[in-house]
Write a protein that binds this ligand. Structure first.
Ligand code: ATP
Ligand code: MG
Length: 568
């Protein structure tokens, strides 16, 4: 491609709306342009990268035996109404009506439609197991679109769905996707971690997320360097630890704690440690209210709690007026003693004695409270969120914390959608079986940004060869100098002939501008044709190298070809 003809609107200034490196660089390098909040156009360079990622995903899905098809993005409501997700998606689903007043949506994910496709088109149990996939635009009206294409409202996803007749079959299909995902993210050049993820209350038997560690990631990862354990923060199992508590069976005591609502205020007021307290937090779980108790220095894990309670909607903090009604006190003084709603207690609290809780009376707390004697929990379970420094649940080592960008998710769905929509297969013996499903997603466009987050420097993007929009660039220093131009053209042709995706910067620009641009757009290797071209010498430079090296033309061309081929 001739850069004089290329649509590549690079920017010198960092656009104000972009907070993170990948978003800034995607705008600056002219890969994308924003059309509306969370909606982007892909310009030629951006699209080339996107297509390369798609292609790697496609090759590995095909290799794993999955079949590609393409569903519409504009979808009738029925299947989503049948599964209940027409409501569950709520405001995040783009809904609309057609001219006959029929309900439609823009597909946020396609479990229902694939289930329906199998119902409609699979005729015999012999056709199972089967894994189908598509690479397509998805639409989610995200509450907070941000970070460019990392969390956008229109994005490209590869979604796959497996259909099996047995649990062992599902395990196999899942494993095939797991292996394919590992190959995909490795080929994309991403440094990733696979974490155990939450699979929800009625969820299937397993779920894992592929995370790209990055400080801008929105998901917390708990991991252990000793044994390699890694889990999503919401999922990581916590090992209870003991703390110093006052000894003996001390009598419960009510104490006056004026204006002390928070643990910090209480710690100051009472001269105790945060771990001597137990927090009592009131939640709304669907249409009832519950209380959750964790040690004063811990946090309630709402995902674990939701799964334990088994409610449909996400938990919400109880409204202040309900807190007042249920505790007969101002907000901040809730406690388990005398509370008339189910109390879910974290495992760690079971190891504590004589702790401090709210007294369900404004400005009052209880001291020396004990489980059993002073209140009866509904359930004692692991309902807190892990923190750095916690014990590794696998090996007892020390848990560390990192942030991650979720680029992929694999999930054993079980029979949730096949039951809801009625996907059954009749086996040889006439037995009817509900088909068992798995679903597997990759955020294709999010991968683009994740790659930039991991591969950049102060000059711009550093594309891995596999997904670079172009693999090499030839830069004549002076486009008006015939000798330089001729040699550059010759090199360019040789690279093209060798199958290299090459650029020639034939623009009449200052060399500084050309070098800056080729660094910014992250081309992996560059040949500069300058003053020494009369002696047959050019400069060879890989994007990651500090300096360029002078080489005879033929050597430089051969080295570029070798560099690209060996990195593919
Ligand atoms: P998140 O927790 O980040 O909102 P999710 O768990 O809802 O994502 P899935 O339904 O598992 O997402 O979708 C599969 C993949 O699609 C995700 O792993 C992610 O890479 C990508 N993805 C999801 N939402 C978005 C979005 N708004 N913009 C870009 N990519 C997305
Ligand atoms: Mg997910």
């Amino acid at each position: 491609m001739r850069m004089s003809k290329m649509l590549m609107p690079t920017l010198r200034e960092v656009p104000a709306e972009a907070e993170i490196t990948s978003h800034k660089l995607m705008l600056r390098a002219g890969l994308i342009r924003k059309l509306s909040s969370g909606i982007y156009s892909y310009l030629p360079l951006g699209l080339r990268v996107e297509r390369k990622i798609e292609q790697i995903v496609r090759e590995e899905m095909d290799r794993a035996g999955a079949q590609e098809l393409l569903m519409p993005a504009l979808l009738p409501a029925e299947a989503y109404m049948q599964s209940g997700r027409w409501e569950v998606f709520g405001a995040s689903m783009f809904k609309m009506k057609d001219r006959y007043d029929r309900d439609f949506c823009l597909g946020p994910t396609h479990e229902e439609l694939f289930t329906q496709a199998v119902i409609d088109n699979v005729r015999s149990y012999k056709e199972y197991p089967m894994t189908l996939y598509q690479i397509q635009h998805k639409y989610r009206d995200e509450g907070r679109p941000r970070f460019g294409v990392i969390r956008s409202r229109e994005f490209v996803m590869k979604d796959a769905y497996s259909f099996d007749l047995t649990e062992e079959g599902l395990d196999k299909s899942y494993k095939a996707m797991y292996d394919a995902y590992r190959r995909i993210f490795t080929r994309l050049g991403l440094d990733f971690t696979i974490v155990d993820a939450d699979s929800g209350a009625m969820g299937g038997s397993g779920s894992q997320e592929f995370m790209v560690k990055s400080p801008v990631g929105e998901d917390g990862i708990a991991y252990c360097d000793d044994c390699g354990y890694a889990a999503n923060f919401e999922k990581a199992e916590c090992i209870p630890t003991t703390v110093d508590c006052p000894e003996g069976d001390l009598p419960i005591e009510k104490i006056y704690t004026p204006n002390a609502h928070t643990i910090e205020e209480l710690v100051n007021f009472m001269g105790a440690k945060p771990y001597n307290f137990v927090k009592t937090i009131l939640y709304k779980a669907d249409d009832k209210y519950i209380a959750a108790m964790v040690r004063g220095d811990r946090d309630v894990n709402e995902v674990k709690l939701k799964n334990l309670v088994g409610c449909t909607d996400d938990l919400e903090l109880a409204e202040p007026f309900m807190v007042r009604e249920l505790t007969h006190a101002e907000v901040g003084f809730a406690g388990p003693v005398g509370l008339e709603i189910p109390v879910y207690v974290d495992k760690e609290v079971e190891l504590m004695k004589n702790f401090i809780v709210g007294a369900n009376e404004t400005d009052m707390h209880y001291k020396n409270v004990n489980i059993g004697r002073d209140f009866t929990p509904e359930t004692i379970a692991d309902i807190r969120t892990i923190t750095a420094g916690d014990k590794c649940p696998k090996c007892g080592g020390v848990i560390k914390q990192a942030q991650g960008i979720e680029v992929g998710h694999i999930f054993k769905l079980g029979t949730k959608y096949s039951k809801a929509l009625g996907l059954k297969a009749q086996t040889e013996t006439g037995e009817e079986k509900t088909v068992i499903m798995g679903c597997y997603g990759i955020g294709v466009t999010r991968c683009l940004a994740a790659s930039i987050e991991q591969n950049n420097d102060e000059n711009g993007i550093i594309w891995p060869v596999n997904i670079a929009p172009y693999q090499a660039v030839v830069v004549p220093v002076n486009a008006k100098n015939d000798e330089q131009m001729n040699m550059a053209e010759d090199i360019y042709q040789k690279l093209l002939d060798a199958g290299i995706e090459a650029l020639i910067d034939d623009r009449d620009e200052r060399p500084g501008v050309k070098f800056k641009d080729s660094d910014l757009i992250g081309i992996p290797v560059r040949i500069v044709v300058g003053k020494k071209c009369g002696d047959g010498i050019v400069e060879y430079k890989e994007r990651t190298a500090e300096k360029s090296t002078d080489k005879p033309v033929d050597t430089a061309v051969a080295d570029v070809i070798e560099f690209i081929k060996s990195n593919l």
